[in-house]
Design a protein around this ligand. Structure first.
Ligand code: ADQ
Length: 503
């Protein structure tokens, strides 16, 4: 079926399937080393799944200061980038769960407190930093004698990988059989810079790079990736469709539409070795998908969550939310109705870091409703797991959501997601109002606070009036499976189609 998706015939499928692929996976964060959000989960889980399916995958990321040095890292290369006058760099190699990882070590760019920003201000030289990283991703290949079939770029930070492969290395034999794919995790972040900021790149000195240009003064790294990659995917089928529309494309509908033949959606998976209430080391009580185990386990976890967040320990509907505090996550739908919502007999827990505008408001409202609403400005893995387990409902009223992972994590923990029907949320949550038998959560469509309030109220009424039905839905949700191995197979099909079409 996946081969059909890309128009390959069965004969070709057999021929191509015989050989495992080698893949360089270029990404700006990976869970376990450096994480700011879902991109890091994606990088770790997909590369591990590809390795389990027999592919030779090597990951490359910047060697940030925050990467803790408890791996046995070996420096395998010390070199410098041609055309990049002052920047010597080295490559430290480590291995995580069977995936070799090359860390690009360049103190000028990456030995800083954080990855992209400090005190909510993006680093002013991010263009230079990630242009350098993208160039280094390819520069290391002949020097390390690794000649992958596929270079897999992710989001704007590695958009120039595709550009360099297509342009800078077009005539270089070593690179000629390599093909590039790019995954779009969030097209709202485009990596927009002036030509001025990219003057280290000889190609940009004449200020005429149509592949990346969006005006006479500015370029975006994401556009370069979309224009130059052989294949493109968004992280859910619905987001792939949204990206071709004016409303959902973050202003890039023309670029996405012009590549529609090479553009598909592949839904992310859920890593059940990490997000599984049966084995989760962060929970005070583990549980599985049977009525007794789930209701007792979730009750203990709810009490632990209430204690930890300073809320009264009582049997009450618990709503949870864990996210980066940005406009994307729909806080502008939630905040106007919070006072109303908190008049009900409910509790709400939110943790997140991000925009001070949202932090201040959440803090103020939580002080006013301190017996019902706890907010912590914190990034904390353990608490994220406890919220998933101890809540009855998980809020994701996103403005847009390329895929979303927390709704999948919620379902695994028997916590019903309340989501807006966009992107991957639409593709992964079955709405109670559309199919009450198969339902795994609640979905609303209208981008409004009222629509969210109606849906939350509906979930609460069901919780109070028909707790057995809620438990049935929770068990439904726990039995859902979004395997990374399924996603990985679709990526392999995309890689093969990139290779076969250009062969
Ligand atoms: N305060 C906190 N404490 C602990 N953990 C926290 C946290 N805030 C966030 N996280 C964690 O960060 C991850 C967030 O993942 P998401 O996919 O929901 O969103 P994100 O928008 O970052 O990712 C983008 O990329 C991914 C991957 O493709 C897409 O699914 C998504 O739609 C797209 O926006 C989860 O693992 C979550 O638990």
């Amino acid at each position: 079926m996946f081969f059909k998706l890309f128009g390959l015939e069965d004969g070709e499928k057999t021929k191509l399937s015989k050989k495992n692929l080698s893949i360089l996976f270029a990404v700006s964060e990976v869970n376990g080393l450096a994480k700011s959000g879902g991109l890091a989960d994606f990088a770790k889980s997909l590369t591990e799944s590809l390795v389990k399916l027999g592919q030779d995958v090597r990951l490359v990321l910047p060697d940030y200061r925050k990467i803790v040095d408890n791996f046995n890292r070996e420096v395998v290369l010390s070199t410098r980038l041609e055309h990049w006058p002052h920047t010597a760099y080295s490559v430290a190699k480590l291995s995580m769960q069977g995936v070799p990882i090359y860390c690009i070590r360049c103190s000028k760019y990456f030995d800083r407190s954080d990855m992209y920003e400090e005190n909510n201000e993006a680093y002013t030289d991010n263009g230079e930093r990630f242009a350098f990283f993208s160039a280094a991703c390819l520069d290391i290949l002949p020097k390390l004698a690794f000649c992958p079939n596929i270079v897999h770029a992710n989001d704007w930070q590695t958009g120039f990988v595709a550009y360099f492969l297509k342009k800078r290395y077009a005539e270089t034999e070593y690179f000629q059989s390599m093909r590039c794919v790019i995954s779009i995790h969030n097209a709202a972040f485009k990596g927009m810079f002036t030509y001025e900021e990219l003057q280290y790149l000889p190609e940009f000195r004449l200020r005429c790079v149509p592949e990346a240009e969006i005006s006479s003064t500015h370029v975006t790294m994401l556009k370069a990736g979309i224009v130059c990659a052989d294949k493109i995917n968004a992280v859910s089928p619905t987001y792939a469709e949204e990206l071709k529309t004016e409303l959902g494309s973050h202003g890039m509908q023309n670029e996405f539409r012009s590549r529609s033949k090479d553009f598909i959606g592949i839904l992310n998976g859920c890593d059940y070795s990490v997000w599984n209430p049966e084995i989760d080391k962060y929970l005070p009580k583990n549980y599985r998908a049977t009525y007794q185990s789930m209701s007792f386990g979730k009750k203990v976890c709810k009490q632990a969550l209430q204690c930890e967040m300073g809320l009264p320990v009582k049997n009450v509907a618990m709503y949870g939310m864990v996210c980066r505090l940005t406009n994307q996550k729909g806080l502008h739908y939630l905040l106007p109705i919070l006072d109303n919502f908190l008049e009900f007999d409910v509790q709400l827990v939110i943790i997140g870091v991000g925009d001070p505008f949202w932090v201040d408001q959440l803090r103020t409202i939580s002080t006013l409703h301190c017996t019902k609403f706890a907010f912590l400005e914190i990034y904390d893995d353990r608490l994220a797991h406890l919220i998933e387990a101890g809540s009855d409902f998980f809020l994701m009223p996103s403005e847009f959501e390329p895929c979303g992972l927390n709704q999948m994590y919620s379902m695994a923990y028997g916590t019903l997601p309340i989501v807006r029907g966009v992107g991957g949320l639409k593709d992964s949550v079955k709405n109670y109002d559309s199919d009450s038998i198969e339902a795994t959560g609640f979905v609303f469509d209208k981008p409004s606070s009222e629509a969210l309030l109606v849906t939350i109220s509906r979930s609460l009424i069901l919780y109070i009036q028909n707790p057995k039905e809620i438990d049935r839905l929770k068990l439904n949700a726990m039995k859902q499976r979004f395997f990374w191995s399924d996603s990985a197979r679709k990526y392999i099909a995309m890689y093969r189609s990139a290779l076969s079409e250009s062969a």
